[in-house]
Design a protein around this ligand. Structure first.
Ligand SMILES: Cc1cc2nc3c(=O)[nH]c(=O)nc-3n(C[C@H](O)[C@H](O)[C@H](O)COP(=O)(O)OP(=O)(O)OC[C@H]3O[C@@H](n4cnc5c(N)ncnc54)[C@H](O)[C@@H]3O)c2cc1C
Length: 491
C-alpha cells in the first residue's frame, strides 16, 4: 500500500503542470496579447526574449518541440567564442578583436559582411558577464576539446544546462512560453508583420503582435529541401541536432520578399559515426579518428589527405568529403597504437585481428583493403610522431598523400568506424542589418521583423566555421533583435 502512495506521489510531482510561465497549455496562452513574438526557443530566441522582456515588452516564445526537447541545436553546444582582454579562471589568455577578426577572415576566405562580423565580435565582449548574470556557469576546458582554451568559454553542464538556465530566467522575468507550438505561416504585408499562424495539439490559431523575432534555426532537418541542392545524397545525411529545424520560417520570410543570403549548399558538416541516430545524436557521435589512420570509401579507395592539417581546422570539411563518395559512406581504419590519440567513440569500433577480417566485418572487399593498407604502409616515411604538431610522419609517392601523422597501420587489433556526413547547420539564411532587421529584396528593412541565430548566420559565415561562433552570433543578434523588437513594439 505504502509503495502505491510513493508511486502516486512521484507521479503527481513529475506530471503536475509546470510552475510559473512555462506554459504547457499552449492554446490558453495564445489567447493573451503580446508585444513581441519570438519564434524558436533556442539560444538566439531566449536571448531575444529575455532582452525584450527587460525592455518592458510582453513576450511570447513559440517553440515547436515539447518541453523535454526544448533548446533546439543550442542544447547540444559546449562552448562559446568571445572577445576578451585578459586571461581569467576559464580562459588562458586575451583574445583581441583583431585576432578574432583574423580567425574569421581566414575561415571564411573573406566571405563575410565585415560590418556585421565586427559588430558581432565587439558585442561578444559583454557575453561572458551577461550570460553569467543570466544563470550560466563556466568550467575549465576539457582535454581534447579542439584547442579552444584561449578563445572559448565552456558552459558547466554544456548547452542543456545553459538552455535550462535561460528558460528559468525568462520564465521568472515574465516571458510566456508555448511548447508544441509550431509557427506554420507568417502574415506579412508591405514588409510589416501582422500575425503568425500557430499549430499545436491538432488546432491552429492566429496570434498577433507588434513585432516578431525569427530565431527558428536553419533548414538542416528538412531532407526534401536539402535534396534540392544535394540530390538523393541528402537521404544519407545524418542531422546532428533537432528534427524541428525545418526552415519553415526561412521559407516564409523568403516567400514574403525577404532577401536571401548565403550559399544554399553551404553547411557545417562533419564525419559522424554512421550508427548515430538520424536526428539529435548531438556531440558524442562525431568521430575524431581520421588523422590517425586512413579513410576509404566503399570501393576501398582513399580520397583525401587525412593528415592535411590539425583536426580542429579540418574536421568540418569531412562531412562534405564523405557526401561526395558513393552512397555517402566511408570507413576510418586505425590500429591499436592510434586508439589513445583521439576521444573515445560512443559506439565501440568494429575490431579484428587482421585487416582482411576487419574488411569483412565492415562489409568491404578484404583483398582491396589489404592492398590499400599495404600500399599506404609502404609509402610511409620514418618520422617523429607528435599529435600536438604538424609532425614529420608523412607518405611519399602516394595519391592522395597523407601529410602528417602517417604511421604504418601494423599493430593489431585493427579497428574500423563507418562514417556518414553529419550536418550541423545550414548557411542559407535571411539578410539582416546591424539592428537585426530583416532586409527585403528592395533593400529596405522590414518594419517590425527581426532575425537572430542560425537563420541569419549566413550574413557573417559565408563559408567555413570557427568553433563556438554559432552561439556568439545567436547571442549577440538575439540580444540586438530583442532590444529592437521591444523598442518598436513599445514605441
Ligand atoms: C551537435 C552540435 C554541437 C554544437 N556545438 C556548438 C558549440 O559548442 N558552440 C557553438 O557556438 N555552436 C555549436 N553548435 C551550433 C549551434 O548549436 C548553433 O549555431 C546555435 O545553437 C543556433 O542557435 P539558434 O537559436 O539559432 O537555433 P536552435 O538552437 O536550433 O533553436 C531553434 C529553435 O527553433 C525551433 N523552431 C524551428 N522552427 C520552428 C517553427 N516553425 N515554429 C516554432 N519553433 C520552431 C526549434 O525547435 C528550435 O528549438 C553545435 C550544433 C550541434 C548540432
Amino acid at each position: 500500500m505504502s509503495e502505491f502512495f510513493v508511486t502516486f506521489a512521484l507521479f503527481v510531482v513529475i506530471y503536475s503542470p509546470a510552475r510559473s510561465n512555462e506554459n504547457t497549455d499552449s492554446m490558453t496562452v495564445l489567447t493573451q496579447s503580446f508585444d513581441v513574438l519570438v519564434v524558436g526557443g533556442g539560444n538566439a530566441g531566449l536571448c531575444a526574449a529575455i532582452t525584450a522582456r527587460r525592455a518592458g515588452a510582453r513576450v511570447l516564445v513559440l517553440e515547436s518541440a515539447t518541453k523535454d526537447f526544448r533548446g533546439g541545436n543550442s542544447r547540444h553546444t559546449r562552448d562559446i567564442r568571445y572577445m576578451h582582454r585578459a586571461a581569467t579562471d576559464y580562459v588562458t589568455g586575451a583574445y583581441t578583436e583583431q585576432e578574432f577578426w583574423e580567425d574569421l577572415r581566414q575561415v571564411t576566405g573573406g566571405e563575410t559582411n565585415e560590418g556585421l562580423a565586427r559588430l558581432t565580435i565587439q558585442n561578444s565582449e559583454e557575453l561572458g558577464d551577461w550570460m553569467r548574470a543570466n544563470g550560466i556557469h563556466w568550467q575549465k576546458p576539457l582535454r581534447g576539446t579542439l584547442h579552444l582554451a584561449q578563445s572559448n568559454l565552456f558552459m558547466l553542464g554544456g548547452g542543456k544546462a545553459m538552455m535550462n538556465a535561460y528558460y528559468d530566467t525568462a520564465s521568472r522575468s515574465g516571458v510566456q512560453i508555448a511548447y508544441e507550438s509550431e509557427v506554420s505561416e507568417l502574415r506579412i504585408r508591405d514588409g510589416e508583420f501582422l500575425s503568425a499562424v500557430v499549430s499545436g495539439n491538432g488546432a491552429a490559431r492566429e496570434v498577433e503582435a507588434k513585432a516578431i523575432v525569427v530565431a527558428a534555426g536553419g533548414f538542416e532537418a528538412n531532407i526534401p529541401w536539402l535534396k534540392e541542392y544535394w540530390g538523393n545524397a541528402a537521404d544519407n545525411f545524418i542531422i546532428r541536432g533537432t528534427k524541428h529545424n525545418q526552415g519553415r520560417m526561412l521559407k516564409e520570410l523568403l516567400r514574403h520578399g525577404g532577401k536571401p543570403v548565403g550559399d544554399p549548399r553551404g553547411c557545417h558538416a562533419v564525419a559522424l559515426d554512421a550508427r548515430a541516430p538520424k536526428f539529435d545524436g548531438g556531440i558524442v557521435t562525431r568521430l575524431d579518428s581520421v588523422p590517425f589512420g586512413i579513410v576509404v570509401n566503399k570501393e576501398v579507395k582513399r580520397f583525401y589527405d587525412e593528415g592535411e592539417d590539425f583536426w580542429p581546422k579540418r574536421y568540418a570539411i569531412w562531412g562534405k568529403l564523405i557526401a561526395q563518395q558513393p552512397d555517402q559512406i566511408a570507413y576510418s581504419i586505425v590500429d591499436a597504437k592510434a586508439l589513445p590519440h583521439f576521444m573515445p567513440s560512443v559506439f565501440p569500433p568494429v575490431e579484428a585481428d587482421s585487416i582482411a577480417e576487419l574488411a569483412s566485418a565492415l562489409g568491404l572487399d578484404p583483398k582491396a583493403l589489404v592492398r590499400a593498407v599495404d600500399e599506404f604502409n609502404r609509402a610511409t616515411r620514418p618520422g617523429a610522431f607528435n599529435p600536438g604538431s604538424l609532425d614529420s610522419c608523412r607518405t611519399e609517392g602516394l595519391d592522395p598523400p597523407k601529410s602528417h601523422w602517417a604511421r604504418p597501420i601494423d599493430t593489431p587489433p585493427y579497428y574500423g568506424y563507418p562514417l556518414r556526413p553529419g550536418i550541423t547547420f545550414t548557411y542559407l539564411g535571411i539578410t539582416v542589418d546591424e539592428r537585426a532587421r530583416v532586409i527585403m529584396q528592395d533593400e529596405r528593412p522590414a518594419k517590425n521583423i527581426f532575425a537572430a541565430g542560425e537563420v541569419m548566420a549566413g550574413n557573417i559565415l559565408g563559408k567555413g566555421y570557427l568553433a563556438g561562433f554559432g552561439l556568439t552570433i545567436g547571442s549577440v543578434f538575439g540580444r540586438i533583435a530583442g532590444r529592437e523588437a521591444a523598442r518598436r513594439a513599445t514605441a
